[in-house]
Write a new protein. Sequence first.
Length: 226
Amino acid sequence: MLIKTINVCKVYKNGLEALKNINLEIDGGEFVFLTGASGAGKSTLIRLLFREELATTGQVLISGRNIARLSQRETVRLRRNTGVVFQDFRLMERNTVFDNVAFALKAVERSWEEIRIRVPQVLEKVGLGGRESENVMHLSGGEQQRVAVARAIINHPLILFADEPTGDLDPNTSLELMKLFEQINNDGTTLLIATHDKEMVNRMHRRVLTLNGGKLVGDTVGGWQL
């Protein structure tokens, strides 16, 4: 079991109970959608799974390890094996496409020779070959999202989390991005994509986890449940 949560709850300092007794299991190689209305707890769960935040109670296990108990060195190793794509892209706006993608390799102290070779390779994979020298702010929204995906997968992560990756994209661009995610999944990466895009979820026919009011209320295959 690659991802497992046991009775996970998240309560913020203002008293908001964002997640309530979440129990789920995701096997390596799965492609899973995390659905629900705005405020259902999708983003909170994603942040707990890649350890941007910690659960108030319960356990989050990655490859059998309780990630709340990881040392700093082990946490770095977890981050190396985890890719994250954010809705707002989180790109360095003054930098080139190359620099934005290379940042993920520099963060784990890869050599310049490796960076020089791997960045063009991953950009080619996401459909941005030859665009290395362009400023990211000169790209369309869909192209910026592809830069974010390239950055997330350049370390060959075991797991890729995506939080509302199609939220600001038109339907055609969203479909292209989902095809890219399918390719990444076919290469062996486990995907968990948080989305409120009902049409896209129904089109993809994948496993669907549904949150409502911070509770896991559905775990089915094939389409939107609310």
